[in-house]
Design a protein around this ligand. Structure first.
Ligand code: PRX
Length: 649
């Protein structure tokens, strides 16, 4: 970023107020109510959050203090003891909800399972007993590398029941990425499946775990869910079948009372350096944050059928498939597979089949739906929908309008929710019964969130000036540390703008107080709503014997938002298609399919400034086709362009 302010070119004046009937029934139903909550939370955060925590969570022992210490080391609800699964399960068994569907699951091949709150409670208790039997204790780390099957939700809740810390790794990561995360967390146990379904093919997960264990010695045991029947090798005294362990396990398992600040999970996310960051969330603050935001933003009611299409391997799935909805006693839909299997109408068939009323997805998916055409949603009955949501990246106004018109039938409010792995829960978002939305804006901060837009020096900027998005006050569901690296935690989030949490995004606030996110300002790419570090991909590339140097940048991509372009200098004079294919395969092996490069461009040399910095802006312009590079020779030579551009980098 050069200068203080970021240029913003987006102008959007259309406004969509919520339908009156929606507002009348909403949990938060008027601007005055929102304003009052927001102001109270800002002026008296302890009073505000303390009251919510007492009213909305069940405690085994009440907390003594609401918050303790300044940001970044704020502790919440100290002295209190509770258990997340008691709040997500047991308390719903004391009333009619015991027979309510907690999870409605649909597998990719079309098989289904419905777990009522009672069923889910039993399964969680049984697996919690299995964990104990395998020697897992409170504080131990358990890796979950699983497809989107009910056992994943059961395993995470079982960890939470006994105070074990889960670390879920998205199934699209490679064996090497699993090993790196196992090692960082020093995981003792891995729970996986033989394979998962993806577009009719089996994604072999157990095989990847076997490979990862060659490099991650802390792992003692592996539990394997049989999902597809894929042939796997079971190592005696190390590998156990889920169904065999569960057979003998008791359905009785008291929820362990845990301190408010007891770690709940680690979730790895990409930062601007090569090594993934282990974001750590704790018990009470995270639970309160996800409980309240699920209710405020999704306006969850007992008769809703709520579907978030994310994978539980990402924070969105943690917070808004599992913890937030279940804490509210809601019915949450979970789908295993791809949106275009067996055809492009799958999501809409699911909406129709279960009468989904709240639908939460990502802009990248919406862009794919648009490309597939209006006929697919047109063939399904979508009249059950009453609210739509998006998350993961800025949504372009055209996609927003399509979502509003074709999926929402022009009657459903859209909540564009801005948040991060680190924030634990939604931070900026419309309230569906209150906010007159503008396509492309995540609108306003939720109660308890005090954002600002600042210069690099930390000075607040005025209306419509782009700058860095920061949070001025701590909030209960914020990350507590990066696992095993508190210094990196302080450095990444609290050194850029001292005293404030720095999100890594650029944004502007318009004259009505609406926020517009302008994307990352660091070396993090947002590919299909997933964060990937350019450095991580660069280090994967240079670990290949024929690569001397690599520079990775993003470029605008119709479907994925951002695509991955790799400029590579080789040690051999080879610019063959074979080598390109080999490098792509190499990155996939090192990181996983989600990091598959879209372009590999061989360069005679990576252009650098006189001081030796890679000229990333020039490379971004070349990747996006904004810089005319004229006739390219066999190995592209950017030295002339680099000389011309040196001044502006
Ligand atoms: O750049 C922002 C973008 O996604 C980043 C957070 O990524 P992650 O931790 O993987 O979490 C994604 C799901 C919560 C942010 O720094 N982002 C997320 N939501 C939005 C967004 N950008 C614009 N608008 C959003 N609604």
């Amino acid at each position: 970023m050069s200068g203080d302010a970021i240029q913003s070119v987006l102008q959007e004046d259309r406004q969509f107020p919520p339908p009156e009937a929606f507002s009348a029934d909403a949990h938060i139903s008027s601007e005055e109510q929102y304003q009052e909550m927001w102001q109270r939370a800002k002026d008296d955060p302890d009073g505000f959050w303390g009251e919510l925590a007492r009213e909305n969570l069940d405690w085994f022992e009440p907390f003594e203090q609401v918050s303790e210490g300044d940001m970044p080391d704020t502790k919440w609800f100290t002295g209190g003891k509770l258990n997340v699964t008691h709040n997500c399960l047991d308390r719903h068994l004391e009333n009619w909800r015991k027979n309510k569907a907690a999870i409605i699951w649909e597998g990719e091949p079309g098989d289904t399972r419905v777990l009522r709150y009672q069923d889910l409670h039993r399964e969680v208790c049984r697996f919690a007993n299995v964990l104990k039997q395998l020697g897992i204790e409170a504080g131990d780390r358990v890796t979950l590398y699983m497809p989107m099957v009910p056992e994943l939700a059961i395993a995470m809740l079982a960890c939470a029941r006994i105070g074990a810390v889960h670390s879920i790794i998205f199934g699209g990561f490679s064996a090497d990425a699993v090993a790196e995360r196992n090692n960082d967390a020093q995981a003792k146990l891995v729970v996986t499946a033989d394979a998962g379904w993806r577009r009719g093919k089996e994604l072999p997960l157990k095989e990847a775990v076997d490979k990862s264990l060659e490099k991650s010695p802390s792992v003692e045991k592996v539990v394997v869910v049989r999902r597809t029947g894929y042939d796997v090798e079971m190592v005696p005294d190390r590998d156990y079948w889920w169904h065999e362990l569960m057979e003998g396990a008791s359905i009785e398992c008291e929820a362990t009372p845990l301190d408010s600040e007891h770690p709940l999970f680690i979730l790895y996310t990409s930062g601007s350096t090569g090594k993934p960051k282990g974001v750590l969330h704790t018990t009470a603050g995270y639970l309160l944050g996800t409980t309240m935001t699920s209710r405020w933003v999704f306006d969850l009611k007992d008769d809703d059928t709520y579907w978030c299409t994310a994978d539980i391997g990402w924070i969105t799935g943690h917070s808004y498939i599992v913890y937030g909805p279940l804490a509210n006693g809601a019915t949450t839909v979970m789908y295993e597979g791809a949106p275009n299997w067996p055809d492009e109408g799958r999501f809409w068939q699911i909406v129709q089949k279960y009468g989904v009323s709240i639908f939460y997805t990502a802009p990248t998916a919406i862009r794919a739906f648009i490309k597939w055409g209006d006929d697919w949603p047109g063939q399904a009955d979508l009249s059950s929908l009453r609210l739509l949501g998006t998350v993961g990246e800025p949504i372009n106004p055209e996609a927003w309008m399509w979502y509003h018109r074709v999926i929402g039938g022009e009657k459903c409010p859209i909540v564009d929710t801005w948040w991060q792995t680190e924030t634990g829960g939604i931070m900026l978002s419309p309230l569906p019964g209150v906010t007159a939305t503008k396509p492309g804006s995540c609108t306003k901060p939720l109660p308890g969130v005090v954002p600002d837009i600042v210069t690099k020096e930390g000075e607040s900027l005025g209306d419509n000036q782009g700058g860095l998005l920061v949070m001025r006050q701590p909030w209960p569901s914020m990350l507590r540390t990066l696992y095993g690296d508190h210094d990196r935690f302080l450095e990444t989030y609290f050194s850029e703008v001292p005293g404030s949490y720095f999100a890594g995004d650029g944004a502007r606030r318009d004259e009505h107080g609406f926020y517009w996110i302008m994307g990352r300002v660091d070396d993090v790419l947002n590919v299909a709503g997933h964060r990937l570090s350019t450095m991580e991909i660069e280090s994967a590339l240079v670990s290949h014997a024929q690569v001397a140097e690599a520079a990775v940048v993003g470029f605008p991509h119709d479907l994925k938002g951002e695509g991955i372009c790799c400029f590579v200098t080789t040690t051999v004079n080879d610019n063959s298609e074979e080598l390109k294919a080999e490098l792509i395969a190499h990155v996939r092996e090192q990181i996983g399919a989600i990091a598959t490069p879209d372009q590999i461009r061989f360069a005679a040399a990576v252009p650098k400034t006189r001081s030796g910095k890679i000229m990333r802006r020039l490379l971004r312009d070349i990747a996006a086709g904004r810089e005319n590079i004229g006739d390219t020779t066999t190995l592209e030579d950017y030295t002339v362009l680099a000389k011309l551009r040196e001044e502006d980098e």
